[in-house]
Design a protein around this ligand. Structure first.
Ligand code: FES
Length: 96
């Protein structure tokens, strides 16, 4: 499967911005990928765990994302389809 129609939502609402999400958005925009749309999103309801990054249609949620986490998300997840485990939001991706 290709990357058709994927979206990366990078929350740019108050709490995430306070935790540096503008830089996270910048890091995604610096490395444009074919068929992946980067979206500056509104609040994703996970404010205490921000910056929040959500990948659609995969429904993979990342929490506390830093700019330096963006290259691995691009390389592993967006290019190779393997979500970055250490950044997964535990609410949506509980560890067993
Ligand atoms: S402010 Fe980003 S999830 Fe609510």
């Amino acid at each position: 499967m290709g990357n058709d129609g994927r979206q990366v939502l990078v929350c740019q609402y108050v709490n995430c911005l306070r935790n540096g999400s503008a830089k996270v958005l910048e890091a995604f925009l610096e490395k444009p990928l074919a068929d992946v749309t980067i979206v500056a999103s509104e609040c994703q309801g996970q404010c205490n765990m921000g910056p929040t990054v959500r990948v659609l249609p995969d429904e993979i949620w990342y929490c506390r994302v830093k700019p330096e986490d963006v290259p691995p998300i691009i390389a592993q997840h967006l290019n190779q389809g393997k979500p970055v485990d250490r950044l997964l939001h535990p609410r949506f991706h509980p560890k067993f």
